[in-house]
Ligand binder design. Structure first.
Ligand SMILES: Cc1cc2nc3c(=O)[nH]c(=O)nc-3n(C[C@H](O)[C@H](O)[C@H](O)COP(=O)(O)OP(=O)(O)OC[C@H]3O[C@@H](n4cnc5c(N)ncnc54)[C@H](O)[C@@H]3O)c2cc1C
Length: 410
């Protein structure tokens, strides 16, 4: 089968790209190949479903009819195994070929395996797909004691879900504090105190080494030798990008880095684009390549990639990435680049009594990122400072003062 526009992945990036293409090109043929058996659903809402706040059907964002009306051929349970850029062709697991004029890679990622003994036992969960959520929903009512592994957003989701079910939990993080390098000591302490207030036991600077139990998990052991009884494990240690089929095609730079693009989200192979979690895109704001795993980023990149695939005009992708969630009483936002890579200076301010914290990441005299805990009101001004690359001069000297108004910089 041949398509003018072929899309790998039926997540928010892929579906948004398909719909954007259709709005601009009424005639071109569009096909989406997607591994999952489900129509587009919101991953962001999965935790709300598990907390009983929304019904399962509210997760779904499109119907079969929506695709039919738009003349978009959606193929579910189709796994792309290889890409031949020269022949403009992809091949399925079954060997079946699909060829294209233009291709979008929006294959996202899957939870990274822990790679340890007993990992496949019943009761050990990831939270990435609706199938994961269904399995957790069925299992969780019988759980007595849980462990959550990892120090990122998905672990926070697990902890809050467990708290809704009043299940005592232990958190195990390899790093010395939650969110690793994104927080400094003060931020780590604020997070830890909040966990403790909610009865969560904390283990930092240690990691799970093995899971015990016959068929179902019943215990875990850490590298430093602690042993605990548990009947539920939630693992949130990040994503492995679905880029295996890109190896050797010239589309990815190195394994696990996704598909590298320019600012128009086009890879170095003309006519092959990438969007969403899988895209290692050229970020015009920072002048560097980045990947970002967040919903808005995937949606906006789907739009820009779709426009550029039609190709009437070339639109650069420009956005300050942000990830926000409210969890265990804290409102947390990550804005821009917060991984503290080389050449980045940081300043933080904290009010331990009011549970407020902010950390600023700066490079070459301008703000490049920020972590906000219960400081959401600063998000618009910080976004503007990052986006407009406003020189901040000696202002960082005052950033540690809670009374300093960031608006004075704009
Ligand atoms: C529980 C949870 C909560 C989240 N909460 C937030 C939040 O609060 N805020 C936020 O901004 N973000 C959040 N995110 C992240 C956000 O959901 C993702 O960044 C976003 O969904 C990525 O969309 P995507 O289209 O790039 O990839 P995906 O949604 O991963 O879609 C990729 C699709 O490609 C398919 N695929 C993979 N490999 C192949 C292949 N070889 N062949 C064919 N198809 C393939 C997959 O099956 C999948 O359907 C959350 C994620 C999770 C899991």
């Amino acid at each position: 089968m041949r398509y003018n526009y072929l899309i790998i992945g039926g997540g928010i990036a892929g579906v948004t790209a398909a719909e954007t293409i259709r709005a601009k090109d009424r005639e071109g043929t569009i096909g989406i190949l997607s591994l999952e058996p489900h129509l587009l659903y919101s991953r962001v809402l999965l935790p709300l479903f598990l907390k009983g706040r929304i019904k399962r059907e509210q997760l779904f964002l499109r119907t079969v009819d929506d695709f039919e009306k738009n003349g978009i051929d959606l193929f579910l349970e189709k796994e792309v195994m290889s890409l031949d850029p020269g022949r403009r062709e992809v091949r399925m697991k079954s060997g079946e070929p699909y060829s294209f004029d233009k291709l979008l890679i929006s294959s996202g990622g899957v939870p990274r395996p822990l790679g340890i003994l007993g990992e496949a036992k019943r009761g050990i969960f990831r939270l990435q797909s609706i199938d994961d959520a269904d399995a957790i929903a069925e299992y969780i009512p019988s759980v007595k004691k849980a462990v959550v592994v990892g120090g990122g957003f998905i672990s926070l989701e697990f902890l809050e879900i467990l708290s809704v079910y009043n299940i005592p939990a232990t958190l195990v993080c390899r790093s010395e504090r939650f969110f690793g390098n994104a927080l400094d000591e003060a931020g780590g302490e604020l997070m830890a105190k909040n966990f403790e207030r909610r009865g969560i036991d904390l283990i930092f600077k240690d990691e799970v080494e093995a899971f015990g139990g016959k068929d179902r998990v019943s215990a875990f052991r850490t590298k430093l030798g602690s042993v605990f009884d548990v009947d539920f494990v939630g693992v949130g240690i990040g994503l492995k990008l679905n880029d295996d089929f890109l190896l050797g095609t010239g589309v990815s730079v190195s394994p696990g880095r996704g598909a590298r693009t320019n600012e128009f989200l086009e890879t170095q192979v003309p006519g092959i684009f990438a969007a969403g979690d899988i895209a290692e895109y050229f970020d015009v704001t920072s002048g560097e390549h980045h990947t970002h795993g967040n919903w808005t980023n995937a949606f906006l990149q789907g739009k820009v990639a779709g426009e550029n695939m039609v190709g009437r005009e070339r639109v650069p992708f420009k956005s300050v990435p942000s990830y926000s969630l409210t969890n265990l009483g804290f409102h947390i936002t990550f804005l821009g680049e917060v991984n503290g890579e080389a050449g980045t200076a940081t300043v933080s301010r904290v009010d331990l009594f009011k549970n407020k914290y902010e950390r600023f990441f700066m490079k070459e005299g301008r703000l490049v990122g920020a972590v906000l805990i219960n400081m959401f009101q600063d998000k618009p001004v910080l976004t503007e400072l990052i986006e407009r690359k406003v020189p901040i001069g000696d202002a960082p000297d005052k950033f540690s003062d809670m009374a300093f108004d960031m608006k004075s910089l704009t």
